[in-house]
Design a protein around this ligand. Structure first.
Ligand SMILES: *Cc1c(COP(=O)(O)O)cnc(C)c1O
Length: 392
């Protein structure tokens, strides 16, 4: 495993690639963990003779390259590019694929920050958008063709309602309409879902979440197969410069090595919590794709390898009750973000989804979202039990 070309990893399974791809030992000393290259610039061997192609770290850095190779391997893609945040990665896709006058169709339950980026930043430069229900394939098809759409943008499972959309069907609609299907794979992770193999054109991640996995590094990634589109993304990374630094790239690489084992525990805990919540008298609804009566259950079972560690639920008593539960847990930490080893509880209406309040993308006020961590199952269940008991 000394080569850094993603093609070499096609024969290995997920965890092998997560541990080894791009992570060849350092040849000078034999250091098993590749060093972190902090240098911003590189001395050529005389004018124009770059060593290993490195010149200046915005354009290329060995630690970032190690992460990019690792990400391409686990997502089963040919090219990967990493950025300073998930939104910076999304921005590179939009700039790379769209020009003024172009149109984007996105899910009406998209991450609030994605909607804000498309609507308020790119809207100013003449890019138009339409939010549609991604489970209504007729509506999606119409929106794509009537508007000469360039990007069809889907998040599945979605945030925070855990809706499941059919990646293969959406890829076909996008392809027929001359658009690219972008799948935000942040919630599922490549361990559970491989959008490129289902026909998607581009995968985007907030690596801040499960891939980093320890809530200690912000980052984003774009993974794709198409060479021409990859060139556009590479150019955005270099010419706009929204790159991640070497230290964050290293932390993300370190996190990605254990993604598979973490996901197994995240989803085992989440499944138990979903079962507990379903039978709780104060809980009116539970959204977890692993539940047999979840509307996306069958589709999730088909296109995913597991149901993940995210779920949301609604409580009797509306906003006041939801706030009471949200403010009374002790193992679950009340905080935005997700995907780390520690369990987090979020009140989307006022936290993660505050930016879409009052729009078509607003979320229910009695909704609580859980990012289930890798702690002991009994402790998590007991914590939720006592918080729900506060509702009397
Ligand atoms: C967090 C998140 C983003 C944005 O990523 P940042 O790293 O915060 O910029 C995009 N999509 C989803 C699904 C997210 O959870």
């Amino acid at each position: 495993m000394a080569d850094t070309s993603s093609a070499d990893y096609a024969n290995y399974g997920f965890n092998t690639n997560a541990v080894h791809a791009g992570q060849a030992f350092e040849p000078l000393t034999g250091a098993v963990v590749p060093p972190i290259h902090l240098s911003s610039t590189y001395a050529p061997d005389g004018i124009g003779n770059l060593r290993q192609g490195y010149e200046y770290s915005r354009g290329g850095n060995p630690t970032r390259d190690a992460l990019q190779t690792q990400l391409a391997a686990v997502e089963r893609g040919k090219h990967a590019y990493t950025f300073g945040s998930g939104l910076a990665a999304e921005d590179a896709i939009i700039r790379g694929l769209c020009a003024p006058g172009d149109h984007i169709v996105l899910g009406n339950d998209a991450y609030g920050g994605t909607y804000r980026l498309i609507h308020r930043i790119h809207g100013k430069w003449g890019i138009t958008q339409q939010a549609v229900d991604m489970s209504d394939l007729d509506a999606v098809g119409k929106a794509v063709t009537e508007n000469q759409t360039k990007i069809l943008w889907v998040e599945t499972p979605s945030n925070p309602l855990m809706k499941i959309s059919d990646i293969a069907a959406l890829a076909q609609i996008a392809g027929e309409g001359g658009a690219a299907l972008v799948v935000d794979n942040t919630f599922a992770t490549p361990y559970l879902q491989l959008p490129l193999e289902l026909g998607a054109h581009i995968v985007v991640h907030s690596t801040t979440k499960y891939i980093g996995g320890h809530s200690d590094a912000v980052g984003g990634a774009v993974i794709l197969n198409d060479d021409a589109m990859a060139e556009e993304i590479a150019f955005q990374q270099f010419a706009v410069g929204g790159v991640n630094g070497p230290w964050d790239a290293y932390l993300t690489t370190r996190g990605l090595k254990t993604l598979g084992v973490r996901m197994d525990k995240h989803q085992a805990n989440a499944a138990k919590i979903a079962e507990f919540l379903v039978q709780h008298p104060k809980v009116t609804a539970v959204q977890y794709p692993g539940l047999p009566d979840h509307p996306g259950h069958e589709l999730a079972a088909k296109q995913m390898r597991g149901f993940g560690g995210m779920l949301s639920f609604q409580v009797a008593g509306g906003e006041a009750a939801a706030r009471t539960v949200a403010e009374n847990t002790s193992v679950f930490i009340l905080a935005e973000s997700l995907g780390g080893i520690e369990s987090l509880l979020n009140y989307p209406s006022e936290m993660t989804h505050a930016s879409v309040k009052g729009t078509d993308l607003a979320v229910p006020v009695d909704l609580i979202r859980l990012s289930v961590g890798i702690e002991e199952e009994e402790d998590l269940l007991a914590d939720l039990e006592q918080a729900l008991a506060k509702l009397g």
